[in-house]
Design a protein around this ligand. Sequence first.
Ligand code: ATP
Ligand code: MG
Length: 149
Amino acid sequence: RSVDLNNILTIVCSNLESTIDKNQATIVYDNLPTIVADSSQLVQLFQNLLDNAIKYCREEPPKIEISVELRGNEYLFAVKDNGIGIDRQSFERIFQIFQRLHDSEEYSGTGIGLAICQKIVELHGGRIWVESQLGAGTTFYFTINSQSS
Ligand code: ATP
Ligand code: MG
């Protein structure tokens, strides 16, 4: 049940390889810790967040920065993008199933990715939230209890 997050990100980047290549996306992170978590759920969590960060991008190629720090008894993660952003009024709504802000042919999707992320984070004793400004990129934050299993 110990998972090396570097391995998780390697799997996620390989799953998303064609999207990353097509959009010329860059994903950067420093050495990540090994944590107690469900590895397939963590793959899904990061994959949904990175898929969004690449999909909801602006003209310039997506650049995504992943960081983590240990805060007391929990890890605090940040996934930061340089994409189209989200208006403040929608910060809560996007985590609900089938809620989509950018419902056009340009950005296709079903609106379940973030609802799954929220569920997975809660199963790991954490919470997830977003900070963003329209046109200025988005950062998703989430915590995972360092003793979770
Ligand atoms: P799915 O993930 O099921 O394919 P989706 O991407 O539309 O579809 P979610 O991942 O749940 O669904 O995201 C909900 C909505 O939140 C999106 O439709 C989009 O409008 C907005 N959103 C999510 N991530 C970002 C982001 N990084 N930048 C800007 N908007 C975002
Ligand atoms: Mg999505």
